[in-house]
Design a protein around this ligand. Structure first.
Ligand SMILES: [Zn+2]
Ligand SMILES: [Zn+2]
Length: 475
């Protein structure tokens, strides 16, 4: 049996692992690379396997860095099945449709006016991906992908009757996110166990349950996004969020929250719901100005079976965790533009790093007003407009125009859908000393190296940080 690492090696995006058991060929994830041309160019690499020869793709969760290259597989003749949870399929549908639409639009735009490459600061490299090329896929390609999904619940062992048995477990990262346990019969007829962590969530995260623990495995692939740091306390973060909102409310200006449409947006809605229901806040209209976020919220409402205990308790009390007095969901661009006249309201919009989306025109309209508060609730990649604001730059470029930053900028560090170093170590300890090897993936090289050192020292197991397209035989 061999495994080839086709992404998320010494970097956090492009998750894709190819396994050939000698009898069956499958992938775990088929995600896109993100974060500037130097990385994104790998989205155009030919796959080092034949997509038409694959039997399965096991999808850990819907995020673009895990699902983003799935439609390419179909275009290249994939005939197998995609195995995932219900929320993963529905959320992947939303994410991939949005990505296809953006690619088609950007492609048209670069074609029409190639000189207008740079939309915002931080987006300058995006054009390179589409120059003289077709978009990676279209919305139609995404629709063609959907019938390939087979849906499974957490917890059931499934025998595929070809030497592979698998089980989905909750990875506690976003709604429906999974880790995979595989029991695979190798060429010598021996069963080897291999576990793919997927992305692991932060313990105590809202809405989703904590990650399941797994006992024993011959091989483990573990993510390491935050393998070298400890998150800020979650309760402190929520209280800080409340005090920023209350303070901002007294100024009467607008409160802008740039947020990712999936998971983070629902998590913020969940906290706001608790603030309003418990009368910690009142008279503060909230606008979710992201049709994508609204569609994702529908998916969250559709699958309450995937919620944690606290969210269940709210439902039992008759409280919808994603709705509260004063909440408005904005659909059309015209409605979004009408928000310009509003004062003293909360506007939640994408993109989470302000590199595009409706948050951009809200920033244009509010950033020079000293009464405005901007609250960042997610990590900001260097080079993005969001990062410049977080770093306190006195003026920034938006759509080619310079704006003085007079708004107050706040950063909340505790909202993370990723396990930190302690959560990762806790999860790994459940394996005891059994793994012959732990592969450290989905982390920047320096972080993965530091984390590998800790795993090696504390658990006494051998670690390996694979390189892109490295192939390893699993005995
Ligand atoms: Zn993820
Ligand atoms: Zn990821």
């Amino acid at each position: 049996m061999k495994i080839q690492f086709c992404g998320a090696t010494k970097t956090v995006t492009g998750s894709c692992y190819f396994v050939d058991t000698g009898n069956v060929k499958f992938l775990v994830d088929c995600g896109a690379f993100q974060g500037g041309w130097e990385i994104e160019k790998h989205n155009l690499d030919a796959f080092p396997f034949d997509p038409a020869a694959l039997d399965y793709v096991f999808l850990t969760h819907a995020h673009f860095d895990h699902s983003g290259r799935l439609p390419i597989l179909i275009k290249q003749g994939f005939k197998g099945r995609i195995i995932a949870t219900q929320p993963s399929r529905d959320l992947a549908h939303i994410i991939l449709k949005d990505a296809a639409r953006l690619q088609e639009e950007e492609f048209k735009r670069w074609r029409a006016r190639p000189e207008q490459r740079s939309f915002n600061e931080g987006a300058a490299s995006e054009g390179a991906l589409y120059e003289n090329r077709e978009p990676m896929y279209t919305e139609e390609d995404v629709e063609n992908l959907m019938p390939f999904f087979d849906l499974y619940p957490y917890g059931d062992s499934v025998d595929l009757h070809n030497g592979i048995e698998f089980r989905l477990r909750d990875s506690g990262h976003i709604l429906g996110s999974a880790m995979f346990e595989f029991w695979i019969k190798n060429e010598a007829g021996r069963v080897r166990k291999i576990v793919f962590s997927g992305d692991l969530g932060q313990q105590g995260q809202r809405i989703v349950r904590d990650a399941d623990l797994v006992r024993e495995s011959d091989y483990v692939l573990v993510e390491s996004t935050y393998g070298n740091r400890v998150h800020k306390n979650k309760d402190d973060t929520v209280l800080e969020f409340l005090s920023i909102l209350k303070e901002a409310q007294t100024h009467g200006g607008n409160i802008l929250i740039p947020a990712f449409a999936i998971e983070r947006c629902q998590e913020i809605m969940y906290e706001l719901n608790l603030f309003f229901e418990n009368r910690l806040l009142s008279d503060l209209p909230v606008y979710i100005d992201s049709p994508m976020a609204s569609r994702a919220t529908e998916v969250f409402r559709r699958y309450p079976g995937f919620y944690d205990e606290d969210a269940h308790r709210l439902l039992e009390k008759g409280d919808d965790p994603f709705s509260f007095p004063g909440l408005h969901e904005i659909e059309s661009v015209e409605e979004s533009k009408r928000l310009i006249s509003k004062r003293g309201v909360v506007i939640i919009a994408g993109s989470g790093m302000c590199t595009g989306g409706r948050i951009v025109h809200h920033l244009e309209n509010n950033i020079q007003n000293a009464k405005t508060s901007i609250i960042f609730v997610g990590f900001q990649v260097p080079g993005t407009l969001g990062r410049r604001l977080v770093d306190g730059e006195p003026d920034v470029m938006i759509k080619g125009k310079r704006y003085e930053v007079r708004a107050k900028v706040h950063t909340l560090g505790g909202f993370s859908a990723h396990a930190d170093k302690e959560d990762l170590m806790y999860w790994l300890r459940s394996f005891g000393h059994t793994p012959r090897k732990v592969f450290i993936v989905h982390g920047e090289e320096d972080v993965a190296t530091e984390f590998a050192g800790q795993v090696n020292k504390e658990l006494g197991v051998e670690t390996h940080i694979p390189s892109l397209y490295e192939e390893i035989t699993l005995e």
